[in-house]
Design a protein. Structure first.
Lengths: 153, 754
């Protein structure tokens, strides 16, 4: 039995420690906000925070999360009020929406680490997250807006 | 535990009860009083809501439930269609709930492709809103016992003008729903001056759910006792299983069964591909088990297909006798008379759709019925494909449409839902979710056709084009249904080839033989991709040959402001995206306006750095006109796309913010095609497998994008696709302007670093 701290709650899990975090979240814990996109850490749709760092949950085994704090899109804020979420809404970022929880988790990890990212910081931090709908221009502008919202808090 | 079919059984009874109350009204405005079946009220509608028509229901608390029968894949249709209904209904947008329609022929076509939703249903949705409004107003007038002409609806209320009395929608809903549905001719539609939502940038209804992860896509479907399937399919179309050893797979913890999906004879249609499915109690175990399968395949006749060799075959085919699809003047004579010739060949490889959510389907097939939950662009085709395979009546099948995590045409082919249905039946009715991996998505797509084209023109002394011949060859989508479809169909040549908009005395366009070896499908803008690329590239080459500015050459070729009548140049049947030509003519004024606007937006003709340059392209598709101007930098063998200006004339626009978003997305999609899109086939099987070897554009490669909307018509045109076709040539033309090579064979990554 594994014990995992997910969004501040302790979950006991009877699962193979080698199972990627993504499938435990989705199929066992029914936390479906983190998405499957590639299974190889190539697209970022599955991004969650492990001790505040953005990781690709599709290639990170459960064993790596034991004793650590996992945060998923469901736990980023209680009510969708994280500055990144607010900025995403203000800029109407999502199209199909599928990659957006991963985008938001990468962007929020970036802002936690770097409160005033440059354009190139943004491109570098977000380059691992593919959006096939092409919301990149709005992601850029929304991250800048999130910086403003975060500063005003 | 209660099974899913029992849950649905209970819902059946609930809805049946509603219908037997006599409250449900006609499916269409012309069928007043007709009692609808259960399926007309999709899940998500409360039982107390009363139906005014197939699309509008209102509950006694005044909440308005609007059915969206088209699939949401990022284009914003779950917002756009309700905007139209709500506007005519005079509903308060805050009191709207959007309900996703099940597969149901009464809605009309639900096939969400062809950039059709708004242009096909704009009028219908206005009528649905206006009809419900008329019934509400009549009910209020009846209650007040005043002439209906003295009453009007405004923001969820009915108001009696002389007295100022008002009633809420909920107050009159019971009486209103029992009134006869007004006849179409009796409806009064709003003046466009009074629109409150149409033409406004209303945020999408799912926005808050998107940013909190609280959404249901195909992959998110979860049913009691559901099992998970991962399928290894035959890598070659037309092949089948030779040997299978599943012992090691069955030994994987969590694996429950290994099942086979039998081959269906070609043509491919929407049939499930032959394969071996590993069933497990979670997705990961299913994938792990699948990796342990030991399989051999008979590959059949397509097992020698090689995309590189096939491209040479296509180029040769361009030199063989073709079929003339449009002809005007005497091209051969003009080529003899005018000896300044320019000619070029262009190629585009196979492409995969690669939506971020691969195809997913969940099915329950048991004695109680058949129910499918899936991310489909086409619930009706999903229902029909499953019905045909299982040999049951389509009416017995319920298809639920989830959100689609991208689609781009892939998800209107329901092979994956057929898989889920076959597996559930084999498992005695257990709910089965089929999850396609990214590798499955890349390797078992219906691919955008590989293509080769050749264009040749003669220029006169003043650099004016006096004759042009174009040839195109690519395997046809029709090959999915007909094994002898060896030429592009009339529908496919209608996509940006036969409707070439240039004013020329001598013009001949022809198609050439192309056989099919893998599944070919429609991808965002379809054959417009290759035709828009080649024709706009050729304009750039002509400008260069004539020593003229490419904007001047383009405007010169477009010629005078006129409506083109293709029938005068021998075109037998022009598809025009399903629209009457009188309603949506080939309007050169709109082409020209888009070109002028985009070059103004870009500051065309201004100074650029020595290693930078601008490229231009314009294309009409799905009855909309899009011009693109792109600035690139070419340095040390690498191209950077710096800036893209897009001008789109899609006629009347319902939600300008979403139209702009679609154009931004189309530019990004078009850049993926232009810069890096290429599917390779060896020995009949797709070589690429994931985003490392089928890359798509990432944020660090994305340019700044400026979108400007023009409205050249009071009628809506297509939005989702028309932004894609002009992108590639705007980039390759810009590369030449920046001092780089003329790239005629996509992707650009074969020639320059990207």
């Amino acid at each position: 039995m594994m014990k995992l701290n997910i969004n501040g709650e302790i979950h006991s899990l009877d699962a193979d420690p080698e199972m990627p975090i993504l499938w435990a979240l989705r199929d066992i814990l029914k936390l479906k906000g983190s998405k499957f996109g590639c299974g190889k850490g190539l697209c970022g749709a599955c991004t969650v925070h492990l001790n505040g760092q953005a990781i690709r949950s599709c290639v990170t085994p459960l064993a790596a999360a034991e004793g650590s704090e996992l945060t998923t899109i469901e736990g980023l804020s209680a009510d969708g009020s994280h500055p990144v979420q607010q900025a995403w809404v203000e800029h109407n970022v999502p199209q199909c929406g599928y990659c957006q929880s991963g985008q938001i988790m990468s962007a929020s990890a970036l802002l936690a680490d770097n409160a005033a990212p440059s354009d190139s910081d943004i491109d570098t931090a977000m380059a691992g997250n593919i959006c096939r709908c092409g919301t990149y221009p709005r992601i850029r502008s929304a991250i800048k807006r999130a910086v403003e919202i975060q500063e005003a808090k | 535990m209660e099974t899913i079919s029992q849950v649905n059984r209970r819902q059946f009874l609930q809805f049946t009860g509603l219908v037997s109350g006599g409250i449900m009204l006609g499916a269409s405005l012309n069928a007043a009083g007709q009692v609808n079946k259960l399926i007309d009220v999709p899940p998500g509608t409360p039982s107390e809501a009363l139906a005014f028509n197939l699309f509008v229901q209102i509950s006694p608390d005044g909440q308005v439930y609007i059915v969206v029968h088209r699939s949401e894949m990022g284009q914003g249709i779950r917002t756009g269609l309700p905007q139209v209904v709500a506007d005519e209904l005079e509903a308060d947008w805050q009191r709207i709930t959007v309900v996703q329609g099940l597969a149901n022929n009464k809605y009309g076509s639900q096939n969400t492709d062809g950039s059709n939703s708004i242009r096909d249903f704009y009028s219908k949705m206005r009528e649905m809103g206006a009809a419900a409004r008329a019934m509400l107003v009549q009910a209020a007038a009846n209650q007040w016992q005043v002439p209906v002409q003295e009453c009007f609806a405004n923001q969820h209320k009915i108001i009696h003008k002389p007295t100022g009395n008002n009633l809420g929608f909920g107050d009159v809903v019971h009486a209103a729903a029992l009134l006869p549905v007004p006849k179409l001719a009796e409806l009064t539609l709003k003046s466009s001056d009074d629109f409150k939502y149409i033409g406004k940038p209303v945020p999408v209804v799912d926005l808050q759910n998107f940013v909190t992860g609280d959404t249901k896509f195909g992959i998110d479907v979860d049913l009691p006792e559901m099992v998970y399937a991962s399928i290894q399919r035959c890598p070659v179309v037309g092949g089948h299983l030779k040997t299978l050893d599943s012992k090691a797979a069955k030994a994987v913890k969590g694996v429950l069964a290994v099942l086979t999906i039998e081959p269906t004879p070609l043509p491919a249609a929407f049939n499930a591909l032959p394969g071996v499915a590993v069933i497990a109690n979670n997705t990961w175990a299913a994938n792990q088990g699948r990796e342990k399968l030991k399989l051999e395949w008979h590959t059949g006749a397509n097992g020698t297909h090689d995309s590189d060799e096939y491209m040479e075959t296509l180029k040769k085919s361009l030199q063989s006798e073709g079929r003339v699809v449009r002809s005007k003047g005497d091209v051969d004579k003009a080529f003899d008379t005018h000896t300044h010739h320019v000619s070029a060949q262009y190629t585009v490889p196979y492409l995969a759709h690669a939506p971020m959510e691969p195809t997913m389907a969940t099915a329950v097939v048991n004695e109680q019925g058949i129910e499918i939950w899936t991310c489909t662009q086409n619930p009706q085709a999903t229902r029909d494909a499953v019905a045909a395979k299982l040999e049951v009546a389509p009416e017995k099948i319920i298809v639920h449409v989830t959100l689609l995590g991208g689609a781009f045409g892939r998800k209107s082919k329901p092979d994956y839902a057929v898989e889920a249905a076959l597996l559930s039946r084999q498992l005695g009715g257990k709910p089965v979710k089929v999850t396609w991996t990214r590798e499955d998505d890349i390797q078992f797509d219906f691919y955008h056709a590989i293509s080769a084209q050749q264009y040749k023109a003669a220029l006169n002394e003043s650099g004016k084009v006096v004759a042009l011949e174009g040839r195109t060859a690519f395997p046809s989508i029709s090959s999915n249904w007909s094994l002898d479809a060896n030429f592009a169909s009339e529908g496919e040549v209608s996509l940006g080839f036969v409707d070439m908009p240039f004013e020329l005395e001598n013009l001949r366009l022809q198609t050439h033989r192309a056989e099919t070896h893998i599944r070919i499908g429609w991808m965002r803008s379809v054959s417009n991709i290759q035709h828009g690329f080649a024709i706009n590239s050729f304009v750039g080459e002509l400008a260069q040959a004539a020593g003229r500015d490419s904007r001047d050459m383009l405007l010169d070729l477009l010629g005078s402001e006129r409506m083109i009548d293709l029938s005068k140049s021998g075109v037998k049947k022009y598809g025009n995206y399903g629209e009457p030509i009188e309603k949506h003519p080939l309007d050169i004024a709109r082409f020209r306006a888009a070109v002028v606007a985009v070059t103004d937006s870009a500051g065309w003709g201004g100074k650029t750095a020595a290693d930078e340059g601008w490229g231009l392209a314009v294309h009409r598709s799905f009855v909309s006109y899009v011009a693109i101007a792109t600035r690139v930098k070419v340095s040390k063998g690498k191209v950077d796309v710096k800036e893209v200006h897009c001008v789109a004339d899609c006629g009347l626009v319902v939600n300008p913010d979403r139209v702009e978003a679609q154009m931004e997305g189309a530019v990004i999609f078009g850049l993926s095609i232009a810069l890096m899109g290429e599917i390779k086939v060896k020995n009949g099987a797709v070589v690429n497998s994931n985003f490392h070897d089928y890359p798509v554009l990432r944020i660090n490669q994305a340019p700044a994008i400026t979108v400007t909307l023009l409205q050249g018509s009071e009628i809506p045109g297509g939005v989702g696709e028309p932004g894609v076709p002009p992108v590639a040539a705007s980039v390759t033309n810009a590369i030449v302007a920046a001092g780089g090579p003329r790239i005629r064979d996509l992707p650009i990554s074969g020639h320059l670093l990207v």
